[in-house]
Write a protein of this length. Structure first.
Length: 314
């Protein structure tokens, strides 16, 4: 199977074309008509076998994780996702693998009504990169740099489950609780709808890909503020607390891959927002103060304070 047949058979019709798509896969470029009054919001995420996903990893999950991780960056800016491109490097064109991969991409693409509009396909060690595009009303994107002293710090959903799942990847017959944690790793749910709801209220946001403490540090640094977090308030799944009672808090503070949103907004905005049903996705975990860095209060011991977060090249 050649490159063109591979694209035609597996990648040519994935997702939901939107009104702004004038020309998709098949020419030298895709053509997209920007909606008036919006800015293009774009982000690229790369994944390499053995670094970001295990060897012999399911192609369905790989596609879902790669696309979801990229979409999570759009969620953090408050953007509406629109389309994406894909760079795929494969050791060989295995039809069974490609079918699974296309199925995973299609599932996430349909869930968020986005479309694969182009890419590049090469031979080599397994790796991929997804570039996502979305639209945000001009000048309204939520940045990391907008936090202000007095803001409430909020986090969506719950933390630590994806890190716990790393301990369970080799489990052959997972229990219901184990399967719940594994699902959080294999099939992350980027908070796209929530990001758009938050856009008018939030001062700052980031998606938690490296771990709560590390990503809170990014807001603190970009905003030149201190984030003070309360360890007792960090939301964690029942399954996580039950299966990893001693490690749970460390996983929630320092584990990556949860793709939840960390947000700051004025206390007044938080009071208003609590009337809306979507605010139930959020938990207040701290506040922004004058200063720098991230301080964790009420942790069982001081070991939890240290900043981890995965960094390449250190
Ligand atoms: P060119 O050589 O002009 O860059 P290619 O031969 O690489 O074009 O690709 C042909 C068409 O297939 C283009 O529209 C390109 O965007 C699309 N394409 C190639 N690889 C992928 C991929 N992995 N996913 C989606 N579209 C792809
Ligand atoms: Mg060309």
């Amino acid at each position: 199977m050649g490159e063109f047949e591979l694209i035609r058979r597996f990648l040519a019709q994935i997702g939901v074309p939107s009104d702004d798509l004038a020309l998709g896969i098949g020419d030298d470029c895709a053509l997209i008509t920007p909606p008036a009054g919006f800015q293009l919001c774009c982000s690229l995420d790369a994944m390499v076998e053995g670094v970001h996903f295990p060897q012999h990893y399911s192609p369905v999950y790989l596609a879902q994780r790669a696309l979801s991780a990229a979409l999570s960056d759009l969620a953090a800016m408050g953007a509406r996702a629109s389309h994406y491109t894909l760079s795929l490097t494969l050791p060989e064109p295995d039809p069974e693998w490609l079918e699974g991969f296309a199925k995973g991409l299609a599932a996430v693409s349909e869930r968020y009504a986005i479309c694969l509009v182009g890419g590049d396909t090469t031979r080599g060690p397994l790796a991929l990169a997804v570039q996502v595009h979305g639209w945000v009303p001009h000048g309204r994107a939520i940045k990391r740099s907008g936090a202000k002293p007095g803001d409430v710090v909020l986090v969506s959903g719950s933390l630590g489950a994806a890190r716990a799942a790393l301990e369970l990847l080799a489990t052959s017959d997972p229990s219901a609780a184990q399967a719940a944690l594994l699902g959080r790793y294999h099939q992350p749910r980027p908070r796209l709808a929530l990001g758009q709801k938050l856009m008018p209220f939030a001062h700052a946001a980031i998606d938690i890909s490296d771990g709560l403490m590390a990503d809170a540090g990014h807001i603190a640094q970009a905003s030149a503020c201190e984030l003070v977090l309360d360890a007792r308030k960090i939301p964690m799944d029942e399954a996580l607390k039950h299966l990893f009672p001693r490690a749970a808090l460390g996983f929630a503070l320092h584990g990556g891959d949860d793709y939840e949103l960390l947000v700051t907004m004025p206390g007044q905005a938080w009071s208003e927002v609590q009337d809306q049903d979507w605010s139930a996705q959020l938990t207040a975990i701290g506040e922004v103060r004058a200063g720098q860095g991230v301080r964790l209060q009420h942790a069982p011991n001081t070991n939890y304070q240290e900043q981890a977060g995965y960094q390449h090249f250190v």
